[in-house]
Write a protein that binds this ligand. Structure first.
Ligand SMILES: [Zn+2]
Length: 297
């Protein structure tokens, strides 16, 4: 079966290792096994989901999820919504969040009602936000705000740049989603956000010093990103995040959004980047590496 990211519409998924959501990965591997669920009509469900309307989303909680947990997911989403909205804009459609009491129940629903293939359960992945603005949320901890916001950000990035366009600029797509997740985490849990940023900076400083940073040209397409993750890279997400943190810190968020909007008009990523910034991706990467090497001394 061929890899066809354009039809599946949801290739990215997030690996969960226990409750380590903050270190979680958007795993896009095994794509050749996927069915085109982006257009798969959901089957009728006999599950009695409880509905909670927040200001900007509908939270569907399966039986077993407490009202308190439902409300918390709503609060976390609303914070992520504000952060992403201020940076990139707001969703064209009201997001629908599905909250589960257990991973087992979530996968049961993903497979039977939403038509996802069995491997998502086998490798413990959660699909990224669906093109119809549907997000699936396993049980977790307060810091899941980074996870919820990350996946939601991908949908807003697609909204600006075009559905599935991110397969051609993965380091920027993942870096931006990580950046937004981190910003949302910092709003509600600043100490946790600070610790996470420090740990990542240490990792990057070490990688810079040892010359093991991943070249951007090796994590530009979705296939390349997949390969990084499949090969067990622990650096791809932190490095992409750091690149965006540097880019936004130097030149602001409006330009990042400008690149996405240009891509949405049909421009290719490298040209859109150069048009907005006045320098190439390679030149930016060189500047980023110089910055990292200076901070790693
Ligand atoms: Zn992601």
């Amino acid at each position: 079966m061929s890899v066809d990211t354009a039809r599946t519409g949801w290739r990215e998924a997030r690996t969960r290792r226990g409750i380590q959501l903050l270190a979680a990965l958007c795993l896009a591997a095994l794509a050749g096994c996927l069915s085109p669920s982006g257009t798969h009509p959901p089957q009728a469900s006999d599950w009695a989901f409880q509905i909670l309307e927040t200001d900007h989303a509908t939270v569907h909680s399966e039986p077993g999820v407490s009202q308190e947990d439902s409300r918390e997911v709503g609060v976390l989403f609303e914070n992520g919504y504000r952060v992403v909205g201020g940076d990139l804009g707001y969703p064209a459609k009201r997001p629908q969040l599905y909250v589960y009491a257990s991973e087992q129940r979530m996968y049961e629903d993903l497979l039977t009602r939403w038509g996802y293939p069995t491997w998502v359960r086998e490798v413990h992945t959660v699909p990224r936000m669906h093109r119809d603005y549907i997000e699936w949320i396993p049980p977790g901890q307060h810091q899941d705000i980074a996870f919820i916001t990350h996946e939601y950000s991908h949908r807003i990035i697609e909204q600006l740049a075009g559905l599935n366009s991110q397969i051609n600029f993965k380091w920027l797509d993942e870096g931006l989603a990580e950046y937004e997740g981190q910003e949302a985490l910092a709003q509600l849990f600043p100490a946790a956000a600070h610790s996470k940023a420090e740990a990542r900076q240490r990792l990057l400083a070490g990688s810079s010093a040892s010359g093991t940073l991943i070249p951007f040209f090796e994590m530009t397409t979705e296939r390349q990103w997949d390969e990084q993750i499949q090969h067990g890279s622990q650096l791809a997400y932190p490095e992409a995040w750091a690149a965006l943190d540097y880019l936004v810190g130097r030149y602001g968020m409006a330009r990042v959004k400008g690149v996405l909007v240009l891509i949405g008009t049909g421009k290719r990523f490298p040209e859109a980047f150069r048009e907005i910034y006045g320098f190439t991706v390679d030149q930016f990467e060189a500047s980023f590496r110089t910055f990292l090497s200076a901070t790693s001394m």
